[in-house]
Design a protein around this ligand. Structure first.
Ligand code: KIV
Length: 268
């Protein structure tokens, strides 16, 4: 049995049931084995292999260039590090928008070739048939409404979304289509709270306030690793960026002054 097939502590039905049990869900993104393993051991409920890797790993200004093969590669790495957490993989831009058939085929690759337990896709009402097609094929889907970063150009940037009626309709649509949870991104706190009250599936907020059933943060944002941009909603739990820079500066100095490697790092 591969690690992807092994029984997990957090399953899709358990993740979904957390809302009814009143248990808040802690989700983080990860893109590689080491960070996935650390997050898993720290007790997160789910790891999202987000297409935000296009920005924080690949250095693009948006997630749009990320390919399905890249998502499969990163998801495989994460699956090897996640022993307990549910692993959800993003379907990247233009791998599911063309048709429900395209979505099923590509979502299936994330489960079959990469070992993900579920996929996430962006969009509400307009994605109803696509979410349903994946569910009908046995592929668990996490929805994503509010600010949908793959619509960066259509939305005119990473902007807070405020159309309460449309946002509620989007969340209800993905629930009705069968999604087991929904990410709600960059909406005012009252809208995040209203969406959470309106659906029975857990809402996982990012910039959607404390009224959501859970929260998700991008690993590099929460660790202070991403220098280009810090969203208002991202709390820095650590300043690893400064620690890494300082460590590498010390290494450079020690190599140059001959104090590294010392005797204990040397074979005799
Ligand atoms: O790509 C990603 O990391 C995401 C989260 C920000 C929710 O979609």
């Amino acid at each position: 049995m591969s690690s992807a097939d092994a029984p997990r502590s957090v399953t899709v039905p358990e993740f979904r049931a957390a809302k009814a049990r009143g248990v808040k869900l802690a989700v983080v993104t990860a893109y590689d084995y080491t960070s996935a393993r650390l997050c898993d051991e720290a007790g997160v409920d789910a790891i999202l292999v987000g297409d935000s890797l296009g920005m924080v790993v690949q250095g693009h200004p948006t997630s749009l260039p990320v390919t399905l093969d890249e998502m499969i590669y990163h998801t495989r790495c994460v699956v090897r590090g996640a022993r307990r957490a549910l692993v959800v993989a993003d379907l990247p831009f233009l791998t599911y928008q063309v048709s429900p058939r395209q979505a099923v085929r590509n979502a299936g690759r994330l489960l079959k070739e990469a070992g993900a337990h579920a996929v996430k896709l962006e969009g509400g009402v307009r994605m109803r048939a696509t979410v349903k097609a994946c569910i009908d094929a046995g592929i668990p889907v996490m929805g994503h409404v509010g600010l949908t970063p793959q619509a960066f150009h259509q939305l005119g940037g990473f902007k807070v979304q405020r159309d309460a009626v449309a946002l509620l309709a989007d969340a209800v649509a993905v629930e009705e289509a069968g999604a087991f949870a929904v990410v709600v991104e960059s909406v005012p706190v009252d809208i995040g709270t209203r969406i959470t009250a309106a659906v029975k599936i857990p809402t996982v907020g990012i910039g959607a306030g404390a009224g959501c059933d859970g929260q998700v943060l991008v690993f590099h944002d929460m660790m202070g690793l991403f220098p280009d941009f810090k969203p208002k909603f991202a709390k820095r739990y650590s300043d690893l960026g400064s620690a890494v820079k300082q460590a590498v500066e010390t290494y450079c100095k020690e190599v140059r002054d001959g104090s590294f490697p010392a005797t204990e790092h040397t074979f005799r």
